[in-house]
Design a binder for this molecule. Structure first.
Ligand code: PLP
Length: 336
């Protein structure tokens, strides 16, 4: 190490923890999840082609649309609920990157990582997986054939809502792609500060406890409110009725994650009223922390969003399950 923009022993230690959790040969921390994702995309050249799901973290989808237009990179968005859509979207020899997110934020559709890896590799592309919501506790994308795993470490990996960070982990540390990603980070300097790396390392020590507690409560909340008279639909990969449940059973182990959404009968105004009535759930926009959050995604994403206006996104924290169910129950029972 000759200069802190290239490397730093403090974040090196957190990177080794993450590599081990993901079964990766190497991992790199970034100043945000977005910076981590951008480093992957910045390895591409004009004329290349990216495939990504239509429903995914909206900030990244918006940036991809802008960046690809500006830099002459093709972008095809596919419907993650249709298993035939990804094979149709790739172009052999031109598609360089298949980007998936599973479960997809905020509808929690589940994408089959092993099948996506086969499609990507057959087309001559790499598969990168945003595994922010699944976390390495529940899914290890590299073992299923992915080349790169990405995390917004701002979320579950740190888990306390006090750090913005991103991470990438690679199946092969020698690949040309990984060397390019290293270069992008060293050249641009989107590194994590030492203090944030230390906080992240501390957060990682309780990752398994937090994710398991959140998954247990999320499952209980989804089951409790599925079929509630004020709920149009409960979206959660752990519900047998949800699209992707069978895939989730194959590729997620030990739970289905701490994120779910409820579509509220009565539309946008009814959904907003539920948010206002919550006392335990905090109306806020992040996810994956110890406190439970509730959010009206359409307000955040705006009119161009594919997300229905009746949808409330819920990030389940580590509070007592009964308190969380009771809080939503009283907010929903007041009616429209
Ligand atoms: N990926 C997912 C699934 C996210 O939810 C987010 C942020 O909400 C990001 C990526 C971007 O991460 P960051 O906010 O750390 O840049």
């Amino acid at each position: 190490m000759s200069y802190a923009r290239d490397d730093n022993p403090t974040f090196g230690s957190a990177e080794r923890m993450l590599a081990e959790l993901e079964g990766a040969e190497d991992a790199l921390l970034f100043s945000s999840g977005m910076a981590a994702a951008m480093a992957v995309v910045q390895t591409l050249a004009p004329g290349d082609h990216i495939v990504a799901p239509r429903v995914m973290y909206w900030g990244l989808r918006n940036w991809l649309q802008k960046f690809c237009t500006q830099w002459g990179i093709g972008l095809t968005l596919f419907d993650a609920t249709d298993p035939a859509a990804l094979p149709r979207a790739v172009e052999t020899g031109r598609t360089r990157l298949v980007w998936i997110e599973t479960p997809c934020n905020p509808t929690w559709d589940v994408i089959d990582i092993a099948a996506a890896a086969d499609v990507a590799h057959d087309a001559g592309a790499v598969l990168a997986v945003d595994s922010t919501v699944a976390t390495p506790v529940l899914t290890q994308p590299l073992a299923l054939g992915a080349d790169i795993v990405m995390h917004s470490a701002t979320k579950y990996l740190n888990g306390h809502g006090d750090v913005v960070a991103g991470a990438l982990a690679a199946r092969s540390a020698d690949s040309e792609l990984w060397q390019r990603i290293r270069e992008v980070r060293a050249d641009g300097g989107a590194i994590l500060g030492s203090f944030e790396a230390w906080l992240l390392q501390r957060g990682l020590r309780t990752l398994f406890l937090r994710v398991r507690a959140a998954s247990r409560s999320a499952q209980a909340i989804a089951e409790h409110f599925d079929g509630h008279p004020q709920v149009e639909a409960a979206l959660y990969p752990g519900l047998p009725g949800c699209a992707g449940h069978d895939i989730a059973c194959r590729q997620m182990r030990g739970g289905f994650g701490g994120m779910l959404s409820l579509r509220i009968r009565g539309g946008e105004s009814a959904a907003l009223a539920v948010v206002r009535r919550c006392n335990v759930f905090i109306p806020a926009t992040s996810l994956g922390g110890v406190e439970s959050l509730i959010e009206h995604r359409y307000t955040i994403e705006g009119a161009s969003s594919p997300i229905p206006p009746d949808l409330l996104r819920i990030s389940v924290g580590i509070e007592a399950t009964g308190d969380l169910v009771a809080d939503l129950q009283q907010a929903l029972d007041q009616g429209v």
